[in-house]
Write a protein that binds this ligand. Structure first.
Ligand code: GRF
Length: 191
C-alpha cells in the first residue's frame, strides 16, 4: 500500500510508521511526506530519505487555492491512501472528494467525544477518567468519519495536558501502525 503522510508537528506518529516500514512490520511504502509548515516531521522524513513537500497557506491567496495546491501535491505521488498524522489543518470538501474513502486521520480522543484541535485539553477540562485515541476515515465534516480503530487511555491524578497527551501518543503510535498494517492487508479502494 502506497501512502502519502501529512504532518504539521513533531512527527512522532510518522516516525513510528517510518520505523515499522523500515523493519518490514507493515506492507506500506511511504511515497512522500508533506506539511503545511516547516516542522520536525518533515526533518524526520528527510532523514529517512523520503521525498517531502511543503504547501504553505500563506503562499496562497485563499483557502480554496491552498486546498487545490495541496491536492495536486498529494495526487502527484499517486497514493492508495493519505495519512494525516498530526496534520493540524482542515481540508475542504474538494480535497476529501479527490481521495474519497482513502484519507485516514489520527485524533487524540475517543471520538465522537472531544473533536477539534484541543482534544486533550477539552477531555481534561471535562474531567473524564478515560480518554484515548481514534484512527478514522476523513470525511468533509471535521473528526466525523467512520471509525477504523480506537484505544482507551486512563487519565491519571495530577495529569496536565502534556503528560496526558504523551500517554495518549504512546497508545496512538501503536494503534496507528496496527491499523495501517491491517489496511495494507485489505483491498485498497480504487484510486
Ligand atoms: C497527535 O496526538 C495527533 O493525534 C494530534 O497531534 C499529535 C501529533 O503528534 N493531532 P506528532 O506530530 O505525531 O508527534
Amino acid at each position: 500500500m502506497r501512502i502519502v503522510v501529512m504532518v504539521s508537528g513533531s512527527g512522532t506518529n510518522l516516525q513510528a510508521v517510518l520505523d515499522a516500514v523500515r523493519d518490514g512490520r507493515i506492507d506500506v511504502e511511504i511515497a512522500a511526506v508533506g506539511a503545511d509548515k516547516p516542522c520536525r516531521g518533515l526533518e524526520r522524513a528527510q532523514a529517512a530519505g523520503i521525498p517531502t513537500f511543503l504547501v504553505r497557506p500563506g503562499e496562497h491567496p485563499d483557502r480554496e487555492s491552498w486546498n487545490r495546491a495541496l491536492q495536486e501535491a498529494v495526487a502527484a505521488h499517486a497514493p492508495d491512501r493519505v495519512l494525516f498524522a498530526g496534520f493540524m489543518r482542515i481540508v475542504d470538501a474538494g480535497f476529501v472528494a479527490a481521495f474519497e474513502g482513502r484519507i485516514v486521520n489520527t485524533h487524540p480522543s475517543l471520538l465522537p467525544s472531544f473533536p477539534g484541535a484541543h482534544a486533550v485539553r477539552d477531555a481534561l477540562a471535562h474531567g473524564v477518567r478515560i480518554t484515548g485515541v481514534t484512527v478514522h476515515e476523513v470525511v468533509a465534516d471535521v473528526d466525523a468519519g467512520p471509525i477504523l480503530a480506537q484505544a482507551a487511555v486512563p487519565v491519571e491524578d495530577g495529569d496536565d495536558e502534556r503528560t496526558l497527551h504523551e500517554r495518549i501518543k504512546t497508545a496512538e503510535r501503536e494503534l496507528l501502525v496496527a491499523t495501517l498494517g491491517a489496511l495494507a492487508r485489505a483491498p485498497h479502494p480504487a484510486r
